[in-house]
Design a protein around this ligand. Structure first.
Ligand SMILES: Nc1ncnc2c1ncn2[C@@H]1O[C@H](COP(=O)(O)OP(=O)(O)O)[C@@H](O)[C@H]1O
Ligand SMILES: Nc1ccn([C@@H]2O[C@H](COP(=O)(O)OP(=O)(O)O)[C@@H](O)[C@H]2O)c(=O)n1
Length: 239
């Protein structure tokens, strides 16, 4: 016997969603779908092809023809090329908000996200529960997963953290990857996160919002291990 268990993780920028989602997926043998990476990939393609991010129709066409894949845990491919690092720069997030609020882009990516979540990929080995039932599933993170993409997910978590903690973590991450733009400071990153969260919260289509039945998890004073274990426990509680 096999049962499907879908975990929706939403929250503001740099709150710890993808780190937690990836480790949780690894622990449970679940698939991991990084929906933010898909918006980042569409943004990268627009910038590379010189398509103005405010040209609604052209951006929709780009999204429609972009072939985005997740060949392994944490890697992202765009049109056959590994873009895992290229999509993580500040240039991408500074241009992403008009693309994420484009209804045609959202419709295209939403379809792909739902079919990825239903793919039941054989690589998602899952785990045995109480020695009988096989639990297989997926962890998906983003802004609208619990509200729009998987409204009937078996578990919804809304991850938050204090703004200065998120800015410092994102700064450290970019520094470590040598992806900091020249002269980029923690303050500049804090401003970017705030502007992006505001745009995500106030857009008309699929805004960033905690689903009514989501459980809030504040990671400000938690270690990564603690936040992964907290969600893992919620999974077992629900089974
Ligand atoms: N509890 C934590 N303690 C320290 N660093 C963390 C913690 N949670 C996440 N991070 C780090 O913060 C950064 C942002 O986390 P990330 O998972 O990318 O956030 P999101 O997906 O919400 O944007 C990453 O570099 C990650 O390693
Ligand atoms: N489900 C999603 C995921 C991301 N996004 C958009 O994509 C941007 C980047 O998402 P992300 O999760 O990669 O960003 P970070 O939280 O890692 O900074 C967000 O600021 C949103 O504008 C969205 O609109 N809907």
């Amino acid at each position: 016997m096999s049962r499907l268990f879908r975990i929706a993780i939403d929250g503001p920028a740099a709150s710890g969603k993808s780190t937690t989602a990836k480790l949780l997926a690894k622990k449970l043998g679940f698939g991991y779908i990084d929906s933010g990476a898909m918006y980042r990939a569409v943004t990268l393609k627009c910038l590379d092809q010189g398509v103005p991010i405010t040209d609604t129709q052209k951006v929709q066409d780009i999204a429609h023809h972009a072939k985005i894949r997740f060949p392994s845990l944490g890697t992202v491919e765009l049109d056959g090329k590994d873009v895992s690092t290229a999509i993580r720069t500040s240039r991408i997030v500074q241009n992403i908000s008009p693309i994420a609020s484009n209804p045609g882009v959202r419709a295209t990516l939403a379809n792909q996200q739902r079919s990825l979540a239903h793919a039941n990929d054989p690589a998602w080995s899952g785990f045995k529960h109480k020695n009988t039932e096989k639990i297989r599933g997926v962890v998906m993170d983003g802004r609208d997963i619990g509200t729009v993409i998987l409204p009937d997910a078996e578990l919804k978590v809304f991850i938050v953290a204090e703004p200065h903690v998120r800015a410092q973590r994102r700064y450290d991450e970019l520094k470590e990857k040598n992806s900091l733009a020249q002269g980029e400071t923690v303050e500049a990153i804090a401003q970017d996160l705030e502007a992006r969260d505001e745009a995500d919260r106030t857009r008309k289509v699929s805004p960033l919002k905690k689903a009514k039945d989501a459980i809030e998890l504040d990671t400000s004073h938690k270690t990564i291990d603690e936040q992964v274990s907290a969600i893992e426990k919620l999974v077992y509680d629900r089974l």
